[in-house]
Design a protein around this ligand. Structure first.
Ligand code: NAD
Length: 377
């Protein structure tokens, strides 16, 4: 069995799916690892470091893709790349299967076993391979650093002979993994932080980070069995906006990180609400990849409304690519190790396993994932 790790070719992608440490771990399991020449270039990680870890270097990307048994990547393949893949191979990457119907169908037709890393369940046993958590954690951190750099005021309180400076007021909307890290980062910088989430269970976590939880009675909200938020009804969302308006108007910085798994992100901050903020305030919309939480967000751009800057950069983890790659690489090597059958020298595709049941999308010519089949109707 041979694993191939191709270079990420998307122009803005600086993350590397497998670092030499990850390669060494897999080589230690007896797996043949091949990486594309220059794989680690974005992180100044040379081919010789991969060779020292026991990996082979390939200068034939297409040839190695066509013969690999398992491919590890950050980004989904292009349609053309799917045509190259070996029938029966396993392809593990982010896949965005809810929105990539054509790609998923192509993977099924090509007989590829496609693993969508974002579909790994959020359970204790799967935590080590949970790429959503590792990358969202960094998104939360980066969002606050971007806001702190862009804002025209400092985050902490300062008492000086030249006057007392009040701490910046940060509002975090959506307290999943990204939101929690945003709160923690803003607190470390000395900000006064408020936060809101539709899952009531989050209140205690917000408080434990020294932030204030915004109370809002939206009626029954709750969460799914998998721990994800349930979508709000239009009436609930309207009520949320009404409650949030005042908090948003008072904030110097708003970080939005509200998502509903498998669905477009809810629009929580309307342009009218942005107009009520003080000029000079900053919003960072971390939910932009799924449509954004702010009505006037522009994908990978900075919009400006009435002196308020709305920053919606895509792929925030790539801005801290060294750590993002370290965590992603650990997630990927843990994923392979978890299912590696040493005696058979093969990745064990056991479809009674709960993790694989949820993250394998296509297998043996079919879309085998129940959630995705239901989503496609
Ligand atoms: P996510 O990215 O899907 O959503 C981000 C947050 O947005 C969630 O907290 C959600 O409740 C919130 N949200 C949705 N609609 C909202 C709205 N209208 N207003 C405000 N907030 C809104 O979440 P995530 O970070 O991927 O985490 C999903 C779940 O997985 C959480 O329950 C988390 O605790 C859990 N989790 C478990 C583990 C584990 O046990 N191994 C690891 C990581 C995450």
């Amino acid at each position: 069995m041979r694993i191939f790790v191709p270079k990420e070719i998307h122009s803005t992608e600086r993350r590397v799916p497998l670092l030499p440490s990850g390669a060494a771990k897999l080589v230690g399991l007896g797996i043949e690892i091949e990486v594309e020449q220059g794989l680690g270039v974005p992180l100044n990680c040379t081919d010789s470091l991969y060779e020292k870890a026991g990996a082979k270097i390939s200068s034939d990307r297409a040839g190695s893709m066509a013969t690999a048994d398992l491919l590890l990547r950050v980004r989904k393949p292009s349609l053309d790349e799917v045509d190259l893949l070996n029938k029966g191979c396993i392809h593990a990457s982010f896949l965005d299967p809810f929105n990539e119907r054509e790609l998923v169908l192509r993977l099924a037709t090509a007989g590829v076993t496609a693993v969508s890393m974002e579909m790994i369940p959020r359970t204790a046993v799967a935590q080590k391979m949970d790429v959503l958590s590792s990358q969202a954690n960094l998104s939360g951190y980066v969002s606050v650093i971007i806001a702190a750099t862009d804002a025209n005021r400092i985050f902490p309180m300062l008492i000086t002979p030249a006057g007392t400076i009040k701490p910046v007021r940060v509002l975090v909307i959506g307290v999943g993994v990204a939101g929690l890290q945003a709160i923690a980062t803003a607190r470390r910088l000395g900000a006064a932080v408020e936060a809101f989430d539709t899952r009531p269970i989050v209140e205690e976590q917000v408080r434990s980070l020294g932030a204030k939880f915004v109370k809002a009675d939206l009626g029954e909200t709750g969460e799914t069995v998998g721990g994800y938020a349930k979508p709000l009804t239009p009436e609930q969302l309207q009520k949320q906006r009404a409650i949030m308006t005042q908090h948003i108007a008072q904030a110097d910085v708003v970080i939005t990180a509200a998502q509903v798994f498998g669905k477009k992100a809810p629009i929580i901050v309307t342009t009218e609400m942005v107009r009520q903020m003080r000029p000079g305030s900053v919003i960072v919309d971390t939910a932009i990849e799924t449509g954004g939480n702010v009505e006037c967000s522009r994908y990978d751009e900075v919009a400006e409304v009435n002196g308020v800057r709305i920053i919606s950069f895509a792929n925030l983890p790539s801005r801290v690519a060294a750590n993002a790659s370290e965590m992603y690489s650990n997630n990927m090597s843990a994923f392979v190790e978890h299912f590696w059958d040493k005696s058979a020298n093969a990745f064990l595709l056991d479809f009674t396993n709960d993790i694989l049941k949820q993250c394998v999308i296509t297998h043996a010519g079919k879309i085998c994932n129940e959630t995705i089949r239901a989503a496609y109707g």
